[in-house]
Structure formats: structure tokens, C-alpha cells
Design a protein around this ligand. Structure first.
Ligand code: NAD
Length: 469
């Protein structure tokens, strides 16, 4: 074994939680090392998650403009999709960003180590590389940021051609003729949106009563309506009983709300039923780290029950598996390591963004949640059909919904579906953070003509005073 190196902080895993923690550690003057077993930095988000998916979604959006060119007065007789070029563009975006992360790590004096990290006792990590060479690291504090993997259904394994997860689907050699998607969470509806627009016949199966079940009920209803109008089949209360793979296709057996069994055969099957934490094999068994179904319990400084060990990102119990949450958790953890004042994360104020078509975003309580906790709820809604910029963009679907509380108009939640709403949500997050009221929003001058005016109008609509509808 090579000789031991000593650090202030060792970070295992270079996803958004890990690499951001490492950069901040460097900025705070901590001697830090980032350990990664894969060839690229970036965890799930950068190589096989947020970034490549959104790159493909943008291709799908551009293709839509070509399909509807006549609506914009453009005659475009001859166009086609060059799948290899689409893939190459996506890969180039990923590589460029991965190099950017590497550059930032160097710039902030973060050492990097390729290999699998495992806890080996207080303040010690063993890193084993691809050639099985082991090296021991000593660190005053250790951050676990090992991320998550797609869950599978019993009896099937991803094979890269027919049975797919978020990873394999990004490397398909051809656009499939048909695809069954199990799960209508973020992964399911985003890939449904991508491949439907590339020409694949998509069927989405969701076992709960509605698509995107964590969102406000009205948002789910609007998405299901839009998907059906576009030609994406959505079956809710569809309980998958069995999934099998035969030669060239996948067969899924599911039962509906009445218990009737249905079978779907398709060229590909995407399993998008959630993600499991990567907490096996990292040496937790000899520590006091507490777990809940594989997720790690932490306090508001992201510290586990084992002194000196922190956990951040997708492995944290009770924390949403979102890149932007992991990043903030990484910052909180290393700020604490550096002995600086920490502002704990307010998990009630986390934006949720789903980049399907139409896009969805939200923050705070849904209308139902607000009523259930006993608020005197007042809701304001504004449709994008009445927003001038949406009309200009030719994107008239969707709405903004504000959930507020009587008597002061406190904003409890904001829910949106429609054009560019993943960009519009930041204003609402800030409003919640500043304990803003509906009147604060309604008196904030919003530029015209913009999509943001739909947020302004939804605030006016809480008092039934919207101008343009
Ligand atoms: P998810 O938990 O968000 O959704 C999985 C869905 O599958 C749920 O609606 C669930 O009811 C359904 N389901 C589970 N088992 C099923 C079965 N047997 N038959 C039919 N339906 C079934 O998981 P995901 O979409 O895989 O995403 C994983 C994580 O990654 C989530 O935390 C998600 O928020 C995150 N993510 C976020 C984004 C984004 O922010 N845009 C994108 C992708 C993933």
C-alpha cells in the first residue's frame, strides 16, 4: 500500500454534492481531496443525468419548431433528424462541462484521486483503483457523497438495448419505434417527452393515481391532458405485475384500477421507478452512522452520528434527490468543517423542476397540503393562454398557481406548468425565502412582455384582480 496522505477533508463521490463541496472547501482554505471511481467527474447529473437529458430535450424542442415551421411563416420542406449528430452534440456538452469541473477543482487546489473510496476507521479512507492498488488517506473530516442508482424491477436487468434506465437510454444507437415507460416521475415524463418528439410511440405506466404525483393535483391533470393531446399514452393506477424481455422486445404486464390485466409489447422499456442510495460497500458497518432504508441520517450541518463523518446529496435520508439540493448540502457541510457559521437548509423552500413538455416547476406547499395543515387557503391562477409572450412563443398551454394563506396573503406555494417555467420558479423561491406575501409579488413591477407576467397576474388573481383574463 502506498504511503498515507493527510487532509482536512476527504470527499467520496464527485457528483454535484461532492464536487461543489470540494470547490468550496478549497475556497475556504481546507486541504481537500476528491475521490471518484468513474472516469468522468460529475456523478449522475453531469454524465448520465440532468445535463445530457436536457441537451436531448433541447434537440426535441428545436425539432418541434421545424415540425411547426408553417405556424411561424417558415416553409421548411426538407428536414430530418441526424441521430448520430444529436448524440455527438450531447456528448460534447457533457465533455466540456466535465472538463470545466476538472479545471475548477484544480483552480481551487483540490487534489483528486481515481478509485473507490471506503471508510477504514476514524479519519481514514482506503481508495482502491482499477488495478486494485490501494492507498490510504487520512482526513480530519470525511464527506460521503456517493449518490444513487436507478432502482430496477424484479426479474429484469438493464441490457443497453431493450431494458433501459436513465443511463443506457442515453446511448441508444437508433431511435426506437416504441417505448414503455414505467414510472411517471421526473425521469419517466422527461424521457417520454424526448422520445415522443423524436418519433417513438410512448406509453407511460404509473402505479399511483396521477402522473408527477408529488406535484399539485391540478398540475398533474394539466400534464396528463397535454400528454394525451400530444399522443403520449398515460395509464395511471397501472400496477406493473411482470416485465420480461424476449429476443427483440420487452413485454410488460400490468393491472388497471379494476384489477384487469393488460399486456404491452414494445421495442424498449425504460424503468424509471426511483433511485436507491449508494451506501453499500463504503464501510458504514463499523461506524455509528444511522441509516433509514439505506439512506443516511444527518443533522442540520449534514453530520452523521459518527463524529467527523458527513453525508450529502442523494444518500441523505429525507432529502429530495436533486442536484441543486446536493450542491447546497455540500456547501453547508464544508462550511461546518471549516468552523464557519452555517445557515441550515430550509427543505420547505426547494424548487422542483421537471423538464418535460410542457415544463413543470414548483416550490412550497400544494393546495391540498396547505389545507391539510390547517391554513385558510386562497388560490390565484393565471393561464399562459392569456400571457402575451406565451402567445408570441406559440406556447399557450399551462398556468401559474399561487397558494397563499389568509389573512396576510403569505405565499405558501407556487406551482407552474407551461413555457420556460423552470426558469420562472426562482422568483417564487426567493419570495418564499423572504416570507413574501401575494401583495409583495403583485406590487413588484414585472417586465412586459415576458412570461414572468403570468406570476404577477397569478398574484393579482388571488384577489380576483387579474388584469388580462
Ligand atoms: P420518482 O420517485 O420521482 O418517480 C418514480 C415514479 O414511479 C413514481 O411516480 C412511482 O409511483 C412510480 N412507480 C414506482 N414503481 C412503479 C411500478 N412498479 N409501476 C408503475 N409505476 C411505478 O423517480 P424517478 O423519476 O426515477 O427519479 C429519481 C429521482 O431523481 C427523483 O428524486 C427525481 O426527483 C430525481 N430526478 C429529478 C429530475 C429533475 O429535477 N428534473 C430529473 C430526473 C430525476
Amino acid at each position: 500500500m502506498a504511503e498515507t496522505s493527510r487532509y482536512d477533508v476527504a470527499i467520496i463521490g464527485s457528483g454535484p454534492a461532492g464536487y461543489v463541496a470540494a470547490i468550496r472547501a478549497g475556497q475556504l482554505g481546507l486541504k481537500s481531496v476528491l475521490i471518484e471511481k468513474e472516469s468522468k467527474f460529475g456523478g449522475t447529473c453531469l454524465p448520465v443525468g440532468c445535463i445530457p437529458t436536457k441537451a436531448l430535450l433541447f434537440n426535441a424542442e428545436v425539432l418541434d419548431y421545424f415540425k411547426n415551421a408553417r405556424d411561424y411563416g417558415i416553409v421548411c420542406k426538407d428536414y430530418s433528424l441526424d441521430w448520430a449528430a444529436v448524440q455527438a452534440r450531447k456528448n460534447k456538452i457533457v465533455s466540456k462541462l466535465a472538463k470545466g469541473v476538472e479545471f475548477l477543482l484544480k483552480k481551487n487546489n483540490v487534489e483528486t484521486l481515481r478509485g473507490t473510496g471506503r471508510l477504514a476507521g476514524p479519519g481514514r479512507v482506503i481508495v482502491t483503483d482499477a488495478t486494485s492498488d490501494a492507498r490510504e488517506i487520512e482526513a480530519r473530516k470525511i464527506l460521503l457523497a456517493t449518490g444513487s442508482e436507478a432502482k430496477m424491477l424484479p426479474g429484469i436487468e438493464p441490457d443497453g438495448k431493450i431494458i433501459l434506465t436513465n443511463k443506457e437510454i442515453l446511448e441508444l444507437v437508433d431511435i426506437p419505434k416504441s417505448m414503455t415507460v414505467i414510472g411517471a416521475g421526473a425521469v419517466g415524463v422527461e424521457f417520454a417527452s424526448i422520445f415522443h418528439r423524436f418519433g417513438t410511440k410512448v406509453t407511460v405506466l404509473e402505479m399511483l393515481t396521477r402522473a408527477v404525483p408529488l406535484e399539485d393535483e391540478e398540475i398533474s391533470a394539466e400534464l396528463e391532458r397535454s400528454f394525451r393531446r400530444q399522443g403520449i399514452a398515460v395509464h395511471t393506477q397501472a400496477r406493473v405485475r411482470k416485465a420480461t424481455q424476449s429476443g427483440k422486445s420487452a413485454c410488460v404486464e400490468y393491472s388497471d384500477a379494476q384489477g384487469k390485466t393488460h399486456k404491452i409489447e414494445s421495442e424498449t422499456l425504460l424503468v424509471a421507478v426511483g433511485r436507491a442510495p449508494n451506501t453499500q460497500g463504503i464501510g458504514l458497518e463499523k461506524t455509528r452512522v444511522k441509516q433509514d432504508r439505506g439512506f443516511i441520517q444527518v443533522d442540520s450541518n449534514m453530520q452523521t452520528d459518527e463524529p467527523g463523518i458527513y453525508a450529502v446529496g442523494d444518500i441523505v435520508a429525507g432529502s429530495p434527490q436533486l442536484a441543486h439540493v446536493g450542491q447546497m448540502e455540500g456547501i453547508v457541510a464544508v462550511t461546518h468543517v471549516a468552523g464557519k457559521p452555517v445557515e441550515p437548509i430550509n427543505y420547505q423552500q426547494i424548487p422542483n423542476c421537471t423538464y418535460c413538455e410542457p415544463e413543470i416547476s414548483s416550490v412550497g406547499l400544494t393546495e391540498r397540503e396547505a389545507r391539510e395543515v390547517g391554513h385558510q387557503v386562497r388560490v390565484g391562477k393565471f393561464p399562459f393562454a392569456a400571457n402575451s409572450k406565451a402567445g408570441i412563443l406559440g406556447a399557450r398551454e399551462g398556468l401559474v398557481k399561487i397558494v397563499s394563506a389568509e389573512p396576510y396573503g403569505e405565499i405558501l406555494g407556487v406551482h407552474m406548468i407551461g413555457p420556460r417555467v423552470t426558469e420562472l420558479i426562482a422568483e417564487a423561491v426567493l419570495a418564499l425565502r423572504l416570507e413574501g406575501t401575494v401583495d409583495d409579488l403583485a406590487h413588484t413591477i414585472h417586465p412586459h412582455p415576458t412570461l414572468t407576467e403570468a406570476v404577477l397576474e397569478a398574484a393579482h388573481a388571488v384577489h380576483g384582480m387579474q388584469i388580462h383574463a
